[in-house]
Write a protein that binds this ligand. Structure first.
Ligand code: AHG
Ligand code: MN
Ligand code: MN
Ligand code: MN
Length: 331
């Protein structure tokens, strides 16, 4: 057998890394992996089976739901419901958390939050999109129905977080608090295989990633930082390269590999920014910190933010340590 290590083998091998290693988190992660493989299949054939484009519905975010948003959401919810390890799930596409009713699920020790499809605006134009997940131990009593408090935990309480990026290849990157590892889907065997062990982000970088179309609506500090990135100064590797894909997962993944900074700040139009803390900023912050980077709102560590509502938004600045520290001096 070749030295290829599959994700399933890796998760089982690392089981002792998991708090309360009783196999439940292992099974939960594997349930997510199965769902992500099916989402990958749907994403790859989207243009052929008329599942691109929008539905008639608007989600609680005020966004028109794309067909693939709903398909990915349903796949994740059914994987979690049938797996039985999660007692509840929350998702960008559902107004409220789904508290599972079955006796089996109420025994589940974990709750899972998802952005089932991140970067929906890119679906129809064949640009990379992703799935993001975040897992907490429940706070409510095992055997009872879960409740909202199970989700309103600080990011520092996460037991696992990860994302899948459906790009030129499909990769799954995750952490359980013992480093970050990346796996590439080998379609010939239908397995995610370890391709990027122990991922670390460079302390410095030359890529800045922000939607500059928001420039007029940004606080002055962010405007000054964008201007700073464009100054011609070889000594400090500037001007930096502007890269903005519009899928957080894809922008994040590029910076994780090449170094860089990703910013979605507060604007006069969106005083808490756009990105949601539960299923976008916290899981990505967990991965970023585990890879040696920084993840902040500009005022505090993202994973220290207290949550008061399920779809709470926070400003987000994350990436290479030195770049984020420099950026913060402009605020
Ligand atoms: P989603 O598709 O899950 O709603 O997330 C989209 C997010 C994020 O992926 C991306 O970084 C950001 O929206 C882009 O927003 P703008 O188009 O406003 O720049
Ligand atoms: Mn998203
Ligand atoms: Mn989404
Ligand atoms: Mn959305």
């Amino acid at each position: 057998m070749s030295t290829v290590k599959t994700l399933s083998e890796f998760i089982i091998e690392r089981q002792e890394d998991f708090p309360y290693a009783t196999g439940e988190l292992t099974r939960l992660l594997n349930d997510i992996v199965i769902a992500s493989k099916i989402i990958n299949r749907e994403v790859n054939k989207a243009g052929l089976v008329n599942i691109i484009g929008a539905t008639e519905n608007e989600n609680i975010q005020g966004e028109t739901q794309q067909k693939l948003d709903v398909i990915a959401d349903n796949l994740m919810i059914s994987a979690m419901r049938s797996g039985g390890e999660a007692c509840a799930i929350a998702s960008e596409e559902n107004d409220h958390a789904v508290f599972f009713d079955s006796v089996l699920s109420k025994q589940g020790n974990y709750v899972a939050a998802f952005d089932p499809l991140d970067g929906s605006s890119n679906i129809d134009v064949n640009v990379s999109i992703g799935t993001i997940f975040s897992i907490f131990r429940r706070k409510s009593k095992v055997g009872e129905k879960a409740n909202l408090e199970d989700f309103l935990q600080k990011g520092s309480e996460q037991v696992a977080a990860g994302y899948v990026v459906y790009g030129s290849s499909t990769m799954l990157v995750y952490t359980t608090g013992n480093g970050v590892n990346g796996f590439t889907l080998d379609p010939s065997i239908g397995e995610f295989c370890l391709s990027h062990p122990n991922m670390k982000i460079k302390e410095d970088g030359k890529i800045y990633s922000i939607n500059e179309g928001n420039y007029p609506f940004l606080p002055e500090g962010f405007q000054k930082y964008i201007d700073y990135c464009k100054v011609d100064d070889k000594a400090t590797n500037r001007p930096y390269s502007a890269r903005y894909i519009g899928s957080m997962v894809a922008d994040f993944h590029r910076n994780l590999i090449k170094g860089g900074i990703f910013i979605y700040p507060e604007t006069t139009k969106a005083p808490n920014g756009k990105l949601r803390i539960l299923y976008e900023c916290n899981p990505m912050a967990f991965i970023m910190e585990q890879a040696g980077g920084i993840a902040t709102t500009g005022k505090q560590r993202i994973m220290d933010v207290e949550l008061t509502e399920l779809h709470q938004r926070v400003p987000c600045i994350m990436g290479s340590k030195n770049m984020v520290e420099k950026m913060l001096t402009f605020l």
